[in-house]
Design a protein. Structure first.
Length: 168
């Protein structure tokens, strides 16, 4: 079993005078702030700081979060711009966060390697944004029968794309 590090959002700034911060999640509909207590803050230089959530509430266009040990506006200002990261154990076959797939190679069973997952479009059907070395983009919808296998070593997502998605 291996821990996978997933960046789920960032600290947008301080809120108030008692250490509360504004957190913007990459997926605003995610429940990760309610599901997990322990996170890691990663500053722009790559320095890591473990934090534990004390309280979460919804704000306007963000979440308002209080971390244990951060109790002043100055401390909250000090973590502005930090990435909010979770570490989660991953095994082949486990259910995973979409963000954990960023950087994985996408291999179609029929068409071969399509490229690397660069991002996601979250609509009524989640879509993988895949780019190849020439920066050509393929949008792969995550339908019930799309994903065949997730390999963590090497980081590869094996898919079957819907008929007609990839030009012949």
């Amino acid at each position: 079993m291996k821990d996978t590090v997933i960046e789920v959002g960032y600290i947008a700034g301080a809120h108030g005078i008692r250490g509360e911060v504004k957190v913007k999640l990459y997926n605003p509909e995610s429940t990760v702030l309610h599901d997990e207590d322990n996170f890691v803050l990663k500053d722009p230089k790559g320095t890591l700081q473990k934090v534990t959530i004390h309280k979460v509430r919804e704000g306007s266009k963000c979440f308002l979060v209080t971390f244990k040990g951060i109790s002043s506006r100055n401390q909250a200002d000090d973590i502005r711009g930090n990435a909010l990261v979770i570490e989660t154990p991953m095994e082949d076959g486990d259910e995973i966060y979409l963000e954990a797939l960023r950087g994985y190679t996408v291999e179609d069973e029929t068409h071969g390697v399509l490229g690397t997952i660069q991002g996601f479009m979250l609509t009524n059907v989640d879509i993988l944004v895949v780019k190849d070395d020439s920066k050509n983009e393929v949008l792969v919808p995550l339908l019930p029968d799309t994903i065949r296998q997730v390999k963590h070593e090497p980081k590869t997502l094996v898919v079957v794309t819907p008929e007609g998605l990839i030009g012949e």
